[in-house]
Design a protein around this ligand. Sequence first.
Ligand SMILES: [Zn+2]
Length: 98
Amino acid sequence: MGSAPCAGGKISAIITLQEAVLFYADPDNCLDFLMARRPEWKDGVVCPTRGSKNVAFLKSRRLWHCKTRHPKAQFSIKVGTIFEDSPIVWTSGSLPSG
Ligand SMILES: [Zn+2]
């Protein structure tokens, strides 16, 4: 086989992605970013299971706890999104364009 494929034109994209990964490696940045993408939570976080607004934010764990008793009373910013079950959260598809 010949030489390795040239990565030439992709270098700037790689740098951008690395910077983005560093940025989103900060959980507070992640939270802000994802909150901005949940307009339904603009006026307050709503329990995704029962739709209750009676929820408390657990700052240390960055989770919300619904005060209504039901399964899955604790939920994260990722609940109900494509990120929910993904160990690799910050794919290029989730990054702001530009
Ligand atoms: Zn609930």
